[in-house]
Design a protein around this ligand. Structure first.
Ligand code: FES
Ligand code: FE2
Length: 361
C-alpha cells in the first residue's frame, strides 16, 4: 500500500508519517473523530457490492471503492486514481480491474497499475500505486483492515464468538446514522436507556427503572452490568477488543417471540466521517432444528419490523444530540461504562497520533 511519508525527522528523531488515505497531519482529536486505525471494521453488507458494479463508500473519512473480481472476491481500493486522483468509482469495471474515466489508467484489485493506455510502457505500469486494503467477507458482511500507516501489519481476522457458533442463528442489519460513531459506542455502553427510551418496545418493557452498575474486567475488555437485575431487560453489555471492537449483549424475549430463549445482539460502528456512522448489528438466537426454522420465520415476518422500531428510537436520540453533547455533561453512576470507553478511545487516539508524529512508543 502507498501513502505519503514526510522525510523530515521530528524532534525525537523518527520520521513523521501520514495515515493511510489521509494527506495531512492528524492530531489525536482528528483520529478520535474519524476513527481509530489498525483495526478491522465492517464496511458494507455483502449484498450491496454486486458483481460487475463499483461501489463507492466513505469510511474513516477516506473515500473507497469496492468491486468484485470475476471469482467474486471483493477488493477495496482508495477511490483515487494514481494518475491525477479522479475517483475510480466513476470509471469502468473491467472484471479484475477498474479503468479510470479521465485518461483510462487501469488499476487491479491489489492497487497495481496494469495499463496506461495513453502511454503504453510508462513507468507507472506495474507500480502498486493505489491503497488496497485487506478484505474478508464473513457473516454476510465485507470487513476490511484499516491500517494506520503503510507499515501497519494487519492483525488476524477474528469474528465475534456469537457469529461463529454453529448453535447460533443470526440475521445481519445495517443502517447509516447521521451521528458520530462515538455516540453509538456511548449508547451501547449505557444499558439503562433500555428501561426508558425503549420501555414501550416488545422486549424492554420489564424490570426496574433504577439500578446500580459495576464494571467487570475480562481479558478481552469488560462487562458493564447491573448488580441487582439480570435476564429482565437490557441488563448487561460486554465490550470486546479483539481484532475488531464490538459489543455483545442479550435481551430477554417475551414468550410470543417464539422458541429459542434470549435475543443476542452483536453491535459495531464504523465511522463514515466525523459526523456520520455505519451501524452493523447481528440479531441472534441460540436455537436449533425446527425451532430455528420457527425463529427465522418469525423474525422475517414479525420481529424484524419491531427491531427496526427499537433501532429507530436509538437513531432519533443520537441524531438529535448536539455535536458537542459529550462536553459539560453531568454523569452519574450509570455512566461508568461510558466514561470507561471514552478513556480507552482517548488513550488509543493519543497513541496513534504519537506514531504518526514519529514519537517513540
Ligand atoms: S486521473 Fe485517472 S487516468 Fe488520469
Ligand atoms: Fe437502544
Amino acid at each position: 500500500m502507498t501513502t505519503a511519508t514526510t522525510s523530515a525527522p521530528t524532534a525525537t528523531g523518527g520520521p513523521k508519517k501520514r495515515a493511510v488515505g489521509v494527506r495531512k497531519d492528524m492530531t489525536a482529536a482528528d483520529i478520535a473523530a474519524t476513527g481509530l486505525r489498525d483495526r478491522w471494521y465492517p464496511i458494507l453488507p455483502s449484498r450491496m457490492v454486486r458483481p460487475g458494479e463499483s461501489k463507492k463508500v466513505t469510511r474513516l473519512s477516506v473515500d473507497w471503492v469496492l468491486f468484485r473480481d470475476p471469482r467474486g472476491t471483493v477488493h477495496m481500493l482508495e477511490d483515487r486514481c494514481p494518475h491525477r486522483s479522479a475517483p475510480l468509482s466513476v470509471g469502468q469495471h473491467l472484471g479484475d480491474r477498474l479503468a479510470c474515466k479521465y485518461h483510462g489508467v487501469q488499476v487491479d484489485g491489489s492497487g497495481t497499475v496494469v495499463s496506461v493506455p495513453g502511454m503504453p510502457g510508462c513507468a507507472l505500469e506495474g507500480k502498486q500505486a493505489t491503497v488496497s486494503l485487506q478484505v474478508v467477507e464473513a457473516a454476510d458482511t465485507i470487513f476490511a483492515f484499516v491500517p494506520l500507516t503503510r507499515d501497519s501489519e494487519p492483525t488476524p481476522f477474528v469474528l465475534p464468538d456469537r457469529l461463529t457458533d454453529e448453535a447460533v442463528s443470526w440475521f445481519p442489519n445495517f443502517a447509516e446514522w447521521a451521528g458520530p460513531w462515538r455516540f453509538y459506542m456511548d449508547n451501547v455502553l449505557d444499558p439503562m436507556h433500555g428501561a426508558f427510551l425503549h420501555r414501550d418496545s416488545h422486549s424492554m418493557f420489564g424490570g426496574d427503572t433504577s439500578a446500580r452498575f459495576r464494571i467487570r474486567e475480562t481479558d478481552r475488555g469488560f462487562f458493564f452490568e447491573k448488580t441487582d437485575q439480570v435476564g429482565v431487560n437490557f441488563d448487561w453489555v460486554e465490550y470486546v477488543r479483539g481484532s475488531m471492537d464490538y459489543v455483545d449483549l442479550e435481551i430477554p424475549y417475551a414468550p410470543n417471540a417464539g422458541p429459542g430463549g434470549v435475543f443476542g445482539i452483536v453491535g459495531m460502528a464504523t465511522p463514515i466521517d466525523a459526523d456520520n456512522s455505519a451501524i452493523f448489528h447481528w440479531r441472534t438466537r441460540r436455537v436449533a432444528g425446527w425451532e430455528r426454522e420457527v425463529w427465522r420465520f418469525l423474525y422475517r415476518t414479525r420481529l424484524e419490523a419491531r427491531h427496526w422500531e427499537v433501532l429507530e428510537q436509538d437513531r432519533e436520540v443520537l441524531e438529535a444530540l448536539a455535536a458537542d453533547a459529550d462536553h459539560e455533561e453531568h454523569l452519574y453512576q450509570h455512566d461508568l461504562g461510558v466514561s470507561r470507553i471514552r478513556r480507552i478511545y482517548r488513550a488509543d487516539a493519543k497513541k496513534q497520533a504519537a506514531i504518526l508524529a514519529g514519537a517513540p512508543v
